[in-house]
Design a protein around this ligand. Structure first.
Ligand code: SAM
Ligand code: SF4
Length: 384
Protein backbone atom coordinates (compact mmCIF):
# COMPACT_ATOMS: atom_id res chain seq x y z
CA UNK A 1 0.00 0.00 0.00
CA UNK A 2 1.32 3.48 -0.76
CA UNK A 3 1.72 5.86 2.15
CA UNK A 4 3.11 8.62 0.05
CA UNK A 5 1.35 11.55 1.68
CA UNK A 6 3.23 13.48 4.33
CA UNK A 7 6.04 10.95 4.40
CA UNK A 8 8.83 11.69 5.09
CA UNK A 9 9.21 15.31 6.17
CA UNK A 10 11.70 17.46 4.21
CA UNK A 11 14.76 18.26 6.28
CA UNK A 12 15.45 21.80 7.38
CA UNK A 13 17.31 23.55 4.59
CA UNK A 14 19.79 24.98 7.15
CA UNK A 15 22.06 21.99 6.54
CA UNK A 16 21.98 22.40 2.77
CA UNK A 17 25.26 24.26 2.41
CA UNK A 18 27.12 21.67 4.46
CA UNK A 19 25.53 18.74 2.57
CA UNK A 20 26.32 20.32 -0.77
CA UNK A 21 29.99 20.16 0.07
CA UNK A 22 29.91 16.50 1.15
CA UNK A 23 30.48 14.19 -1.81
CA UNK A 24 27.56 11.81 -2.33
CA UNK A 25 25.17 13.88 -0.20
CA UNK A 26 22.63 16.09 -1.97
CA UNK A 27 21.57 19.43 -0.50
CA UNK A 28 18.29 19.27 1.38
CA UNK A 29 15.20 19.97 -0.68
CA UNK A 30 13.11 22.94 0.49
CA UNK A 31 10.25 22.43 2.90
CA UNK A 32 7.70 23.26 0.19
CA UNK A 33 8.84 20.31 -1.99
CA UNK A 34 5.89 17.98 -2.57
CA UNK A 35 5.75 14.35 -1.45
CA UNK A 36 7.21 11.62 -3.63
CA UNK A 37 10.18 11.92 -5.97
CA UNK A 38 9.43 15.44 -7.16
CA UNK A 39 11.80 17.90 -8.80
CA UNK A 40 12.02 21.67 -9.25
CA UNK A 41 10.32 21.54 -12.65
CA UNK A 42 7.09 19.91 -11.55
CA UNK A 43 7.97 16.39 -12.64
CA UNK A 44 7.37 13.36 -10.44
CA UNK A 45 9.45 10.19 -10.87
CA UNK A 46 7.32 7.07 -10.69
CA UNK A 47 9.35 4.77 -12.94
CA UNK A 48 12.34 3.18 -11.21
CA UNK A 49 15.30 1.74 -13.15
CA UNK A 50 17.36 -0.47 -10.90
CA UNK A 51 20.70 -1.89 -11.99
CA UNK A 52 21.46 -5.34 -10.57
CA UNK A 53 25.07 -5.53 -11.75
CA UNK A 54 27.69 -3.70 -13.78
CA UNK A 55 28.94 -6.99 -15.28
CA UNK A 56 28.05 -8.19 -18.76
CA UNK A 57 28.79 -11.13 -21.04
CA UNK A 58 28.60 -9.06 -24.27
CA UNK A 59 30.74 -6.10 -25.32
CA UNK A 60 28.42 -3.98 -27.48
CA UNK A 61 30.58 -1.35 -29.13
CA UNK A 62 28.16 1.49 -28.26
CA UNK A 63 28.31 0.56 -24.59
CA UNK A 64 31.45 -1.27 -23.41
CA UNK A 65 35.10 -1.41 -24.41
CA UNK A 66 36.39 -4.67 -25.97
CA UNK A 67 38.30 -5.66 -22.84
CA UNK A 68 35.35 -4.91 -20.53
CA UNK A 69 35.52 -2.56 -17.56
CA UNK A 70 36.91 -2.95 -14.10
CA UNK A 71 34.01 -4.68 -12.33
CA UNK A 72 32.75 -3.57 -8.97
CA UNK A 73 33.61 -5.87 -6.07
CA UNK A 74 30.83 -8.12 -4.74
CA UNK A 75 30.81 -6.12 -1.52
CA UNK A 76 30.30 -2.85 -3.42
CA UNK A 77 27.16 -4.11 -5.17
CA UNK A 78 23.74 -4.10 -3.47
CA UNK A 79 22.80 -7.52 -2.10
CA UNK A 80 19.33 -9.01 -2.48
CA UNK A 81 18.07 -7.77 0.89
CA UNK A 82 19.32 -4.24 0.18
CA UNK A 83 17.64 -4.22 -3.22
CA UNK A 84 14.40 -5.46 -1.67
CA UNK A 85 14.51 -2.67 0.92
CA UNK A 86 15.28 0.09 -1.57
CA UNK A 87 12.44 -1.03 -3.83
CA UNK A 88 10.11 -1.17 -0.82
CA UNK A 89 10.99 2.40 0.15
CA UNK A 90 10.46 3.56 -3.44
CA UNK A 91 7.08 1.88 -3.77
CA UNK A 92 5.65 2.24 -0.25
CA UNK A 93 6.96 5.72 0.58
CA UNK A 94 7.81 7.55 -2.61
CA UNK A 95 5.17 6.74 -5.21
CA UNK A 96 7.17 4.44 -7.50
CA UNK A 97 4.63 2.73 -9.76
CA UNK A 98 6.79 0.56 -12.01
CA UNK A 99 10.15 -1.12 -11.79
CA UNK A 100 12.63 -2.03 -14.52
CA UNK A 101 15.55 -4.31 -13.63
CA UNK A 102 18.61 -3.73 -15.76
CA UNK A 103 22.40 -3.66 -15.72
CA UNK A 104 25.07 -4.59 -16.99
CA UNK A 105 23.39 -7.87 -17.72
CA UNK A 106 20.83 -8.80 -15.06
CA UNK A 107 20.83 -12.48 -16.10
CA UNK A 108 24.43 -12.90 -14.91
CA UNK A 109 23.30 -12.33 -11.34
CA UNK A 110 23.04 -15.73 -9.61
CA UNK A 111 20.34 -14.60 -7.17
CA UNK A 112 18.13 -12.95 -9.83
CA UNK A 113 15.17 -15.26 -9.21
CA UNK A 114 15.31 -14.66 -5.46
CA UNK A 115 15.37 -10.90 -6.04
CA UNK A 116 12.38 -10.96 -8.40
CA UNK A 117 10.48 -13.32 -6.08
CA UNK A 118 11.08 -11.15 -3.01
CA UNK A 119 10.02 -7.95 -4.76
CA UNK A 120 6.90 -9.66 -6.07
CA UNK A 121 5.94 -10.95 -2.62
CA UNK A 122 6.24 -7.41 -1.22
CA UNK A 123 4.40 -5.77 -4.12
CA UNK A 124 1.80 -8.08 -5.67
CA UNK A 125 0.59 -5.47 -8.17
CA UNK A 126 3.82 -3.76 -9.19
CA UNK A 127 4.69 -4.06 -12.90
CA UNK A 128 8.24 -5.50 -12.89
CA UNK A 129 10.06 -5.65 -16.22
CA UNK A 130 13.65 -6.46 -17.10
CA UNK A 131 15.99 -5.36 -19.87
CA UNK A 132 18.39 -8.11 -20.93
CA UNK A 133 20.65 -9.07 -23.79
CA UNK A 134 18.87 -12.44 -23.83
CA UNK A 135 21.95 -14.66 -23.47
CA UNK A 136 20.83 -17.51 -21.19
CA UNK A 137 17.23 -16.33 -21.13
CA UNK A 138 16.04 -19.63 -22.63
CA UNK A 139 17.00 -21.39 -19.39
CA UNK A 140 15.53 -18.77 -17.05
CA UNK A 141 12.43 -17.38 -18.76
CA UNK A 142 9.89 -19.77 -17.23
CA UNK A 143 11.39 -19.45 -13.75
CA UNK A 144 11.42 -15.66 -14.04
CA UNK A 145 7.74 -15.68 -14.94
CA UNK A 146 6.99 -18.00 -12.01
CA UNK A 147 8.99 -15.73 -9.68
CA UNK A 148 6.79 -12.79 -10.66
CA UNK A 149 8.46 -10.96 -13.52
CA UNK A 150 5.79 -9.20 -15.57
CA UNK A 151 7.49 -8.50 -18.88
CA UNK A 152 10.77 -8.42 -20.73
CA UNK A 153 12.78 -6.20 -23.10
CA UNK A 154 15.52 -7.91 -25.10
CA UNK A 155 18.24 -6.01 -26.94
CA UNK A 156 18.91 -7.20 -30.47
CA UNK A 157 20.60 -5.03 -33.07
CA UNK A 158 20.91 -7.42 -36.00
CA UNK A 159 19.59 -10.74 -37.26
CA UNK A 160 22.71 -11.19 -39.32
CA UNK A 161 25.21 -13.39 -37.53
CA UNK A 162 28.36 -11.62 -38.66
CA UNK A 163 26.96 -8.18 -37.93
CA UNK A 164 25.67 -9.27 -34.53
CA UNK A 165 29.11 -10.65 -33.66
CA UNK A 166 30.86 -7.52 -34.85
CA UNK A 167 28.55 -5.30 -32.85
CA UNK A 168 28.49 -7.29 -29.61
CA UNK A 169 31.98 -8.78 -30.01
CA UNK A 170 30.47 -12.18 -29.10
CA UNK A 171 29.05 -14.93 -31.39
CA UNK A 172 25.79 -15.37 -29.48
CA UNK A 173 23.03 -14.46 -31.97
CA UNK A 174 21.34 -17.86 -31.82
CA UNK A 175 21.37 -17.89 -28.05
CA UNK A 176 19.63 -14.50 -28.03
CA UNK A 177 16.99 -15.60 -30.54
CA UNK A 178 16.29 -18.76 -28.51
CA UNK A 179 16.03 -16.62 -25.40
CA UNK A 180 13.51 -14.26 -26.97
CA UNK A 181 11.29 -17.14 -28.10
CA UNK A 182 11.50 -18.71 -24.64
CA UNK A 183 10.40 -15.42 -23.05
CA UNK A 184 7.38 -15.30 -25.33
CA UNK A 185 6.52 -18.96 -24.62
CA UNK A 186 6.84 -18.33 -20.89
CA UNK A 187 4.23 -15.57 -21.05
CA UNK A 188 6.63 -12.66 -20.51
CA UNK A 189 4.94 -10.68 -23.26
CA UNK A 190 4.48 -8.23 -24.68
CA UNK A 191 8.12 -8.87 -25.59
CA UNK A 192 9.84 -5.64 -26.56
CA UNK A 193 13.00 -5.66 -28.66
CA UNK A 194 15.49 -2.79 -28.28
CA UNK A 195 17.72 -2.00 -31.27
CA UNK A 196 20.45 0.62 -31.63
CA UNK A 197 21.44 1.39 -35.22
CA UNK A 198 25.00 2.35 -36.13
CA UNK A 199 25.97 3.88 -39.42
CA UNK A 200 27.72 1.50 -41.78
CA UNK A 201 27.31 -1.41 -39.36
CA UNK A 202 23.66 -2.34 -38.95
CA UNK A 203 21.64 0.58 -40.35
CA UNK A 204 20.73 -1.57 -43.33
CA UNK A 205 19.15 -4.02 -40.84
CA UNK A 206 16.30 -1.70 -39.89
CA UNK A 207 13.69 -3.10 -42.27
CA UNK A 208 14.73 -6.73 -41.64
CA UNK A 209 14.44 -6.24 -37.90
CA UNK A 210 10.97 -4.74 -38.23
CA UNK A 211 9.75 -7.43 -40.63
CA UNK A 212 11.00 -10.11 -38.26
CA UNK A 213 9.50 -8.44 -35.16
CA UNK A 214 6.11 -7.99 -36.85
CA UNK A 215 6.09 -11.64 -37.93
CA UNK A 216 6.69 -12.71 -34.33
CA UNK A 217 4.38 -10.12 -32.73
CA UNK A 218 7.28 -8.60 -30.81
CA UNK A 219 7.28 -4.82 -30.29
CA UNK A 220 10.40 -3.35 -31.83
CA UNK A 221 11.81 -0.08 -30.49
CA UNK A 222 14.74 1.68 -32.08
CA UNK A 223 16.89 3.71 -29.68
CA UNK A 224 19.04 6.57 -30.93
CA UNK A 225 22.63 5.93 -29.97
CA UNK A 226 23.60 8.15 -27.06
CA UNK A 227 27.08 9.35 -26.10
CA UNK A 228 27.34 6.79 -23.31
CA UNK A 229 29.92 4.40 -24.74
CA UNK A 230 33.00 3.68 -22.65
CA UNK A 231 35.22 4.19 -25.72
CA UNK A 232 33.90 7.77 -26.20
CA UNK A 233 33.52 7.01 -29.92
CA UNK A 234 30.07 8.61 -30.35
CA UNK A 235 29.84 11.32 -32.98
CA UNK A 236 26.79 13.24 -34.08
CA UNK A 237 27.61 12.71 -37.74
CA UNK A 238 27.66 8.93 -37.33
CA UNK A 239 24.49 8.75 -35.30
CA UNK A 240 21.40 7.35 -36.97
CA UNK A 241 18.66 9.77 -35.98
CA UNK A 242 14.96 9.15 -35.47
CA UNK A 243 14.35 10.92 -38.78
CA UNK A 244 16.83 8.55 -40.49
CA UNK A 245 15.07 5.56 -38.95
CA UNK A 246 11.64 6.70 -40.18
CA UNK A 247 13.13 7.15 -43.64
CA UNK A 248 14.82 3.74 -43.65
CA UNK A 249 11.60 2.02 -42.62
CA UNK A 250 9.48 3.92 -45.11
CA UNK A 251 11.15 2.15 -48.03
CA UNK A 252 9.03 -0.86 -47.10
CA UNK A 253 6.40 0.33 -44.65
CA UNK A 254 4.10 3.27 -44.01
CA UNK A 255 4.31 4.65 -40.47
CA UNK A 256 1.56 6.73 -38.92
CA UNK A 257 1.32 8.11 -35.40
CA UNK A 258 -0.17 5.66 -32.93
CA UNK A 259 -3.36 7.32 -31.64
CA UNK A 260 -2.84 5.90 -28.14
CA UNK A 261 -1.53 8.44 -25.60
CA UNK A 262 2.25 8.36 -25.13
CA UNK A 263 1.75 8.83 -21.40
CA UNK A 264 5.36 9.60 -20.45
CA UNK A 265 6.76 6.64 -22.43
CA UNK A 266 10.21 7.30 -23.93
CA UNK A 267 9.24 5.71 -27.24
CA UNK A 268 7.13 7.49 -29.82
CA UNK A 269 4.94 4.76 -31.26
CA UNK A 270 3.89 4.37 -34.87
CA UNK A 271 1.37 2.10 -36.48
CA UNK A 272 2.93 0.09 -39.29
CA UNK A 273 1.18 -0.72 -42.55
CA UNK A 274 2.57 -2.32 -45.66
CA UNK A 275 3.52 0.10 -48.42
CA UNK A 276 1.16 -0.30 -51.34
CA UNK A 277 1.48 0.85 -54.92
CA UNK A 278 0.87 4.56 -55.41
CA UNK A 279 2.39 5.81 -52.16
CA UNK A 280 5.35 8.15 -52.33
CA UNK A 281 7.91 6.86 -49.87
CA UNK A 282 7.80 9.69 -47.34
CA UNK A 283 5.49 8.00 -44.90
CA UNK A 284 3.01 10.87 -44.76
CA UNK A 285 0.42 9.70 -47.28
CA UNK A 286 -2.68 7.84 -46.17
CA UNK A 287 -1.89 4.17 -45.96
CA UNK A 288 -4.16 1.62 -47.47
CA UNK A 289 -2.35 -1.53 -46.40
CA UNK A 290 -3.47 -3.67 -43.48
CA UNK A 291 -2.28 -2.74 -39.97
CA UNK A 292 0.65 -5.03 -39.18
CA UNK A 293 1.63 -3.83 -35.73
CA UNK A 294 3.55 -0.98 -34.14
CA UNK A 295 7.13 0.24 -33.90
CA UNK A 296 8.65 2.61 -31.37
CA UNK A 297 11.43 5.14 -31.78
CA UNK A 298 13.25 6.50 -28.74
CA UNK A 299 14.78 9.77 -29.92
CA UNK A 300 16.71 10.62 -26.76
CA UNK A 301 19.21 12.77 -28.65
CA UNK A 302 17.34 14.59 -31.39
CA UNK A 303 13.82 14.76 -29.93
CA UNK A 304 14.41 14.62 -26.17
CA UNK A 305 11.48 14.02 -23.83
CA UNK A 306 13.09 15.42 -20.65
CA UNK A 307 10.07 17.63 -19.85
CA UNK A 308 7.99 14.49 -19.39
CA UNK A 309 10.64 12.29 -17.77
CA UNK A 310 9.37 10.05 -14.95
CA UNK A 311 12.52 8.06 -14.28
CA UNK A 312 14.68 7.65 -11.21
CA UNK A 313 17.75 5.41 -11.40
CA UNK A 314 19.64 3.38 -8.83
CA UNK A 315 23.02 2.01 -9.94
CA UNK A 316 24.28 -1.43 -8.94
CA UNK A 317 26.31 0.10 -6.11
CA UNK A 318 23.27 1.95 -4.79
CA UNK A 319 23.85 5.45 -6.14
CA UNK A 320 20.87 7.63 -7.04
CA UNK A 321 20.99 9.11 -10.54
CA UNK A 322 18.19 11.41 -11.56
CA UNK A 323 19.17 11.24 -15.25
CA UNK A 324 21.29 9.02 -17.52
CA UNK A 325 23.43 12.11 -18.12
CA UNK A 326 23.79 13.16 -14.50
CA UNK A 327 27.29 14.11 -13.61
CA UNK A 328 26.23 14.01 -9.96
CA UNK A 329 25.20 10.87 -8.15
CA UNK A 330 24.19 10.40 -4.54
CA UNK A 331 24.85 7.54 -2.21
CA UNK A 332 21.86 5.57 -0.96
CA UNK A 333 23.55 2.25 -0.18
CA UNK A 334 26.21 3.76 2.10
CA UNK A 335 23.48 5.48 4.09
CA UNK A 336 21.49 2.25 4.27
CA UNK A 337 24.54 0.32 5.48
CA UNK A 338 25.17 2.93 8.15
CA UNK A 339 21.88 1.93 9.77
CA UNK A 340 19.62 4.72 8.46
CA UNK A 341 15.86 4.47 8.89
CA UNK A 342 13.41 4.16 5.98
CA UNK A 343 12.53 7.82 6.50
CA UNK A 344 16.15 8.93 6.25
CA UNK A 345 16.70 6.87 3.12
CA UNK A 346 13.54 8.20 1.53
CA UNK A 347 14.61 11.75 2.41
CA UNK A 348 18.03 11.30 0.74
CA UNK A 349 16.34 9.94 -2.38
CA UNK A 350 13.92 12.88 -2.48
CA UNK A 351 16.76 15.38 -2.02
CA UNK A 352 18.69 13.80 -4.88
CA UNK A 353 15.69 13.87 -7.21
CA UNK A 354 14.74 17.44 -6.31
CA UNK A 355 17.84 18.74 -8.13
CA UNK A 356 17.23 16.65 -11.26
CA UNK A 357 18.39 18.81 -14.19
CA UNK A 358 15.75 20.33 -16.41
CA UNK A 359 17.16 18.57 -19.49
CA UNK A 360 20.14 16.43 -20.37
CA UNK A 361 21.68 19.00 -22.70
CA UNK A 362 22.38 16.37 -25.33
CA UNK A 363 20.15 17.97 -27.92
CA UNK A 364 21.81 19.72 -30.83
CA UNK A 365 22.39 23.06 -29.12
CA UNK A 366 23.69 21.46 -25.95
CA UNK A 367 26.04 19.06 -27.69
CA UNK A 368 27.59 21.75 -29.79
CA UNK A 369 27.99 24.01 -26.79
CA UNK A 370 31.44 23.84 -25.22
CA UNK A 371 30.03 22.86 -21.82
CA UNK A 372 28.60 19.50 -22.91
CA UNK A 373 30.66 16.82 -21.19
CA UNK A 374 30.02 13.13 -21.68
CA UNK A 375 29.38 11.52 -18.29
CA UNK A 376 32.16 9.34 -16.94
CA UNK A 377 29.93 6.32 -16.53
CA UNK A 378 29.12 4.24 -19.58
CA UNK A 379 25.63 2.85 -20.12
CA UNK A 380 26.45 -0.56 -18.60
CA UNK A 381 27.71 1.09 -15.42
CA UNK A 382 24.60 3.24 -15.04
CA UNK A 383 21.87 0.76 -15.92
CA UNK A 384 20.13 1.64 -19.15
N1 SAM B 1 22.51 -5.75 -20.90
C1 SAM B 1 21.13 -5.48 -21.04
C2 SAM B 1 20.78 -5.18 -22.47
O1 SAM B 1 21.68 -4.96 -23.28
O2 SAM B 1 19.60 -5.14 -22.75
C3 SAM B 1 20.65 -4.37 -20.14
C4 SAM B 1 21.54 -3.17 -19.99
S1 SAM B 1 21.77 -2.20 -21.46
C5 SAM B 1 22.82 -0.93 -20.86
C6 SAM B 1 20.16 -1.44 -21.63
C7 SAM B 1 19.86 -0.85 -22.96
O3 SAM B 1 20.73 0.23 -23.21
C8 SAM B 1 20.04 -1.81 -24.13
O4 SAM B 1 18.84 -1.89 -24.86
C9 SAM B 1 21.13 -1.19 -24.96
O5 SAM B 1 20.93 -1.38 -26.34
C10 SAM B 1 21.00 0.26 -24.58
N2 SAM B 1 22.23 1.02 -24.78
C11 SAM B 1 23.47 0.75 -24.34
N3 SAM B 1 24.35 1.69 -24.71
C12 SAM B 1 23.64 2.61 -25.42
C13 SAM B 1 23.96 3.83 -26.08
N4 SAM B 1 25.20 4.31 -26.09
N5 SAM B 1 22.97 4.50 -26.69
C14 SAM B 1 21.69 4.03 -26.69
N6 SAM B 1 21.33 2.89 -26.08
C15 SAM B 1 22.28 2.17 -25.45
FE1 SF4 C 1 26.15 -5.56 -22.15
FE2 SF4 C 1 23.76 -4.49 -22.52
FE3 SF4 C 1 25.98 -2.97 -22.64
FE4 SF4 C 1 25.53 -4.73 -24.55
S1 SF4 C 1 24.23 -2.96 -24.06
S2 SF4 C 1 27.49 -4.42 -23.47
S3 SF4 C 1 24.55 -6.36 -23.48
S4 SF4 C 1 25.19 -3.98 -20.86
Amino acid sequence: MSVELGMPKPRDTAGAAEAATTPGVPPARPSYAPAGLADRYGRRATDMRLSLTDKCNLRCTYCMPAEGLEWLSKQAVMNAAEIERIVRIGVDHLGVRELRLTGGEPLVRADLLDIVGAIRRNHPDLPISMTTNGVGLDKKAAALKAAGLTRINVSLDSLHEETFTKLTRRPFLNRVLTGIDAAWDAGLGPVKINAVLMRGINDTSAVDLLTWALSKSYELRFIEQMPLDADHGWTRSDMITAADIRKLLSTEYVLSSDPRARDGAPAERFEVRRRVAGTTGHGTESATGELLGTVGIIASVTEPFCADCRRTRITAEGKIMSCLFSREEFDLLGLLRSGASDEELAGRWQDAMWIKPKAHGMDHVGLDAPDFVQPERSMSAIGG
